[in-house]
Each structure stands twice: as structure tokens, then as C-alpha cells.
Design a protein around this ligand. Sequence first.
Ligand SMILES: [Fe+2]
Ligand SMILES: [Fe+2]
Length: 320
Amino acid sequence: MSPEILSLEERFQSRIDAEIKIEPKDWMPEKYRKTLIRQISQHAHSEIVGMLPEGNWITRAPSLRRKSVLLAKVQDEAGHGLYLYSAAETLGISRDELVEQLLTGKAKYSSIFNYPTTSWADMGAIGWLVDGAAIMNQVMLTRTSYGPYARAMVRICKEESFHQRQGYEIMMTLAKGTPEQKAMAQDSLNRWWWPSLMMFGPNDAASTHSAQSMKWKIKRKSNDELRQAFVDSAMPQVEYLGLTVPDPDLKWNEERGHYDFGAIDWDEFWSVVKGNGPCNRQRMRTKQKAHKEGAWVREAAMAHAEKRRQRAVEQDEKVA
Ligand SMILES: [Fe+2]
Ligand SMILES: [Fe+2]
């Protein structure tokens, strides 16, 4: 490595150590750029694919109020996807490339969205647990070292906390309702608990990208730290609902001041990551179909933008 490059890297690291945000036009190591593109785009794809399991229940929500709240929530996720695609674009990759990586299966999205939503209670469990796990991760990311990503996260987190509360409110209504409703809530918690814990990714010892990401302050907490914080915050909520988690090993550890919990089934995790979850193929087919059928909308939007641009030019010429 030439001394010049070394000093660029050193200067970059010292800015990070001094908590100065890295901005799009700043010099950055190629690996930092690549890591961020991968992480931000994966995050954007998760927001977009994450609309599907909940979108499944919009037409079947049990009341007009529930329907409009769920609709607003799913729409928020589309917005999150857009902020994040924009943040990724500042790193020099185009929206078209990003979308293509998703549609060809080259890019990943959060595996949790490859599980089916089989009952209305799942709208509660997803908002409460899945958005809850996302918040744990995203609050940390409001302080990530890349400026555009950190700023997108501040806004996203505000909306996510509303998502989590709406989910918990659904769970509470069901858990305090008829025995059938309570059973629905319990069944849903049983199905979403473990996949939610998997959302934090592999154990620290098995996590390939973690050490470098921590040094670059892209991440500020490890997967296991975040997972523990999630379990600790969810358990009092589980108890308040009068429900139980599907983990016989889960118990409060007085000495550690944390909940202990059982081993995660990593075979299941990797199988879903590799494309063999219950809904992977269905999700991809849905996105590919929507992309194809939406071609005319994109073309019309581009034509409209071009017309406006033309008109603005003509207006300027007139003024001049
Ligand atoms: Fe979101
Ligand atoms: Fe959300």
C-alpha cells in the first residue's frame, strides 16, 4: 500500500473516531462503500418486501379503523424503502441496479418476511415483535458513521415506534378478549418469537462482517447485544399480555441482570436465508410481477417529469 493511500485511510478512521459523519463526497475506502451499499440496500429491500405479509391483511382487517391504521403502516414502509434507496444512491449505485439486484435474487432482504401471515393476530405480532426488533437495530443506526444513512434512520425510527405500538395494541385487544382471541394471539406469538430473535443475525462468533463494521462505526452494538436487549425489553410486555414465549429455557438471571434464553435454530435461519423459507419464492414472484406490471407507471412518471422540465426551461427563456 502506498503511503498516500495509507494516510487517506488513517485520516478517514480518525474522522470516524472523532464522531464526524462521513458524507457522500468524502473520500472513503472502497470496502466501506461496498459494505454500506450492501447493508443499506438490504435494508431498503426489507422495507419493500416487508409490505407484502401485512399487505395480505389490508382487505381483511376486522374494522375500518384497523384497516386505515394498517394501510398507513404499510405505506410508511414504502416511504422507508424510498429514503433508504436514496441513501444508497448517494454511494454511487443507481436505483435500477438496486432493484435489479433484488429481483434477480442477488441481494438479500430480511428473512423474517419469508414467513406467512396466517391470522389477523399476525398483524399484532409483526408490529410488536418484528418492528420492535427492527427498532432495536435502527436506534443504533441513527448514530451510524455515514451521514445520509444516519439521517434517514432518525425519521424512520419515529415512524417505527408508532408501528410497534399499533402492533402491541392489537395483541392487547386479542389477549384481553375471548378465549379464542387469546389463543390466536398466543399462536401468533409462538410462530413469530424465534424468527424475531433471528432478525439480529448470526451469533457474534459466527458473524463475518461485524468486527470491521464496528471499527467503522457502521454498527455500534453486536448482534448478540442487540438480541439480548430485545429479549429483555419484550419479556415484561409478554407477561403483561398474560402470554408465554415458546422457549422452555427462558428465565430471568438475577446474577447477569438479563433474561437467559434457549439456543436459536440456525439451520432454519440459514435455510430461509438461502431461499428455502415458506414464502421466499412467492415473495420474489410477487415483486417481479409488480415490477413488470408497473412499467407503464414508471414510464408515465418519467414522461411527466420530462414535460415539467421542458416547461420550466421554456418559462426561463420567456423571463430572460
Ligand atoms: Fe420500516
Ligand atoms: Fe415498521
